[in-house]
Write a protein that binds this ligand. Structure first.
Ligand code: SF4
Length: 291
């Protein structure tokens, strides 16, 4: 849940999940639509799908226990090197480090060396005797991430409060490395076409070509460039929608019609049992002004 998402946003979702599903077995029995509905509004829905697939696998193949080696853990859907190491450390108290952006920055600053010039795996392996000096490996994994987020933070590191300030090369150096990476924002232009009916319903399809929302319920969406479709539709408005590093510029069109293409189904603009992604909910809000 915390991937690309702030703690304060995650807390109510985390509480809802853990209150409702106390064991892996109970969570493993729900459907994909149910988990997506619980996840609704949190975004990056692939995480919910991967979580459910991983839980099912853990229950079925691993007797509801997390494997104790990275190779097996990485077979869980959505679990890569970073999450795998974090789990190994948290659950099995294994001496390891989950290398995320925060941790990379701490090491890079401490050595005053560009991240691209550091082989992090090798660095950790060579220094393991100095790094894992207590038996609190689980706390150490967490502490390093927090250290990067709270002390050696991206902007204005708190060097005066830092326990490493006596030996930190970044602090001492007159030629400090640059560590603030700007996220590259991609601007994309889309036309969105909504079939509506008088019952306050909108037609949605899972068959769309939008890679970041593949297989989710959406109206007809086309890239704006060279699009001739809009001639038969009424223009409603232009608005912007940001998803991760994408800045979407959207022209929204609509038509009232009872006839819809085969792959579409009608959904209420007010209430749905089925999961509706936030992107589509924003469209609901815009077209609701027509009623
Ligand atoms: S002294 Fe400053 S730059 Fe160095 S590790 Fe500590 S917080 Fe980061």
């Amino acid at each position: 849940m915390l991937q690309q998402t702030q703690v304060k946003t995650v807390i109510p979702y985390f509480n809802k999940f853990t209150n409702r599903y106390k064991t892996l077995e109970s969570l493993s029995k729900i459907s994909e639509n149910q988990i997506l509905k619980l996840w609704e509004g949190l975004g990056y829905y692939r995480r919910a799908k991967n979580l459910l697939a991983s839980v099912k696998l853990l229950v079925k193949v691993h007797n509801s226990k997390l494997p104790d080696n990275l190779k097996e853990i990485k077979k869980l859907p959505g679990v890569g090197e970073y999450t795998g190491n974090a789990l190994l450390g948290f659950i099995h108290n294994y001496p390891t480090i989950a290398i995320d952006g925060n941790v990379k920055r701490v090491f890079a600053r401490y050595l005053n060396k560009k991240e691209s010039k550091i082989n992090f795996k090798k660095l950790i392996h060579v220094n393991k005797k100095n790094l894992f000096i207590t038996n609190r490996n689980s706390d150490f994994v967490e502490a390093l991430m927090e250290f990067g987020a709270l002390i050696c933070r991206p902007k204005d590191p708190k060097c005066s409060q830092c326990c490493l300030n006596k030996s930190c090369r970044y602090l001492k150096s007159s030629k400090k490395i640059k560590t603030n990476k700007r996220k590259k924002i991609k601007i994309m232009d889309y036309d969105i076409f909504c079939f509506l009916n008088k019952k306050k319903q909108i037609a949605l399809t899972k068959k769309n070509e939008i890679s970041f929302l593949k297989n989710f319920n959406l109206p007809l969406i086309k890239k704006m460039k060279n699009n001739t479709e809009n001639e038969n539709w009424r223009f409603l408005k232009n608005y912007k929608n940001s998803i991760s590093n994408l800045n979407l510029n959207i022209n929204l069109y609509y038509k009232f019609s009872n006839k819809i293409p085969k792959s579409y189904n009608w959904y209420s603009l007010n209430n749905n049992k089925e999961f509706i992604p936030s992107f589509t909910k924003k469209i609901f809000n815009q077209v609701s002004t027509l009623f």
